[in-house]
Design a protein around this ligand. Structure first.
Ligand SMILES: *Cc1c(COP(=O)(O)O)cnc(C)c1O
Length: 468
């Protein structure tokens, strides 16, 4: 006999009203999101209080849940799909990727093992090949599909720890870290906070980091790198989160290779420069590193969440994450869990596959070059407005803008956010407050850039009027 809740659920599956409703609302959302304010209105934020309730004793009608979500949830979202969100480094979503996510959501696959999802396993094999080809990585490289670059860097660093200690005859999986030979961590103060987090999580201790000085764009100065050896892990970046700058991979990787040091590249958004004809000078010789972390959900515009770890030392990555030693994958037999810290996880690779396939190599080139062009265009326009200064060389998609004083910069950011024509956030650069602008959505147009420049201009003049 079916119990009451089971009966109700069978009927939801059968009549699909619930799903029709959520689909209708989704389309309604899509129709409005491009033109609406980027950040939720005050009213929308206040309405979030509707979610403040204790878990009910009785079941709630499914339709009511979807209605509530659309009524109070949809307006309280950030307009991530639109073209005027320039905060952090958040991409939009390629429609084919969103649609693939939508369909595969109904599959509800667990990608831990091939036997749990032959389709996800197949697509992981394919996308691994595509990415190795696109980034021109060593053919034997392993690719894992994780939540984001934070996790990808964690994995890369775990692989480095495994390999370098193994070379010293120390099996980290068996013997642990406490009595292990010491490994060195070398990076710069410009490393992303998630890189430093991974260093902490893996037990290296932030205090033990050897910090290397950087130049005016935030790039490690190769000559300032301490003498490397086979116990060194060097953490570099392709795309500084503020300036978008790239390290000199050619010089630094050669130094590391000579002595057997491990190089990990945090290329969360910047690694994609490799896929753009006129930008790939930025990632020159990045292939000589050992592991690479990159996001789908930033520059490539896959839906959230999509992070990728790539490692030329297939065995080290698998051993570091798998914990049972050497497991070599043969042919098309792929169990996703050997390439990620998680066992069960959703099939995020489907959206990545759909996005790559939809764009193709030409589309990727064109889309990312477009982000760069908009960033250059924005920097030229804003740089010619009195009161604003652009501090970085706009090599990729990031623009650092500054007003005359920290106070003016702070107030201008707040004012821009209030005007809500676009959204930007603040950061620090050389101990000064800055406005960080990241052009990361395929949906950004020249018109959006014009609107943003106007909004900056208006915000600053309003701030000035109030100040004087
Ligand atoms: C965003 C970002 C990260 C963190 O990536 P997540 O996908 O948010 O985990 C790391 N490094 C850089 C340079 C980034 O821009």
């Amino acid at each position: 006999m079916e119990n009451t809740i089971q009966k109700a659920m069978f009927s939801e599956m059968k009549d699909k009203d619930l799903f029709k409703k959520s689909q209708k609302y989704a389309f309604d959302y899509m129709d409005k999101v491009m033109d609406r304010n980027v950040f939720p209105s005050e009213e929308a934020l206040e309405n979030l209080m509707h979610f403040e309730e204790s878990l009910s004793e009785n079941s709630t009608d499914g339709s009511k849940i979807i209605e509530m979500l659309h009524a109070y949830g949809s307006p309280a979202t950030i307009a991530q799909l639109g073209g005027r969100y320039f905060g952090f480094v958040n991409g939009g979503a390629v429609p084919a990727g969103l649609a693939a996510k939508n369909l595969s959501m109904f599959w509800d696959q667990n990608t831990a093992l091939q036997v749990l999802s032959p389709i996800a396993s197949k697509i992981e094999v394919i996308v691994e090949k595509w990415l190795i080809d696109l980034f021109k990585l060593p053919e034997r490289s392993a690719v894992g599909f994780v939540s984001g670059t934070s996790m990808a860097t964690f994995c890369g660093l775990a692989a480095a720890r495994y390999r370098l200690l193994k070379n010293l005859d120390w099996d980290i999986n068996e013997k642990g870290l406490f009595e292990a030979p010491k490994l060195r961590i070398i990076t710069s103060k410009q490393a992303h906070s998630t890189v430093v987090k991974a260093v902490g999580l893996l037990g290296f201790g932030k205090e033990n980091i050897e910090w290397v000085p950087v130049d005016s764009q935030g790039r490690i100065i190769p000559d300032e790198i301490p003498k490397l050896d086979s116990s060194s892990i060097l953490l570099l970046q392709a795309g500084n989160v503020n300036s978008g700058a790239f390290e000199d991979f050619k010089t630094i990787c050669a130094m590391a290779k000579e002595v057997g040091a491990w190089v990990h590249i945090d290329g969360a958004f910047g690694l994609w420069a490799e896929a753009v004809k006129d930008l790939k000078y930025l990632t020159l010789d990045m292939q000589h590193a050992n592991s690479w972390a990159v996001d789908g959900h930033k520059t490539l515009n896959t839906p959230y969440d999509s992070g990728i770890i790539m490692c030329e030392d297939r065995e080290a990555l698998i051993a570091a994450l798998h914990m049972t030693g050497e497991y070599i994958i043969q042919g098309d037999e792929r169990d996703g869990m050997y390439f990620t810290p998680e066992m069960s996880k959703r099939a995020r690779v489907i959206e990545l596959w759909a996005t790559l396939k939809y764009l193709g190599k030409k589309g990727i080139d064109e889309m990312i070059w477009g982000l760069h062009k908009h960033a250059v265009n924005f920097s030229k326009k804003i740089g010619s407005v009195p009161g604003f200064k652009v501090l970085n060389e706009v090599v990729f998609n990031q623009v650092i803008v500054q007003c005359e004083t920290d106070e003016l910069t702070n107030k201008t950011i707040t004012r821009i956010q209030k005007l809500n024509d676009c959204w930007v956030g603040g950061s620090m650069w050389n101990e000064k407050k800055i406005i960080r602008v990241s052009i990361c959505s395929w949906a950004t147009t020249e018109e959006d850039i014009r609107i943003a420049v106007n909004s900056f201009q208006k915000a600053l003049s309003e701030v000035r009027e109030n100040v004087s």
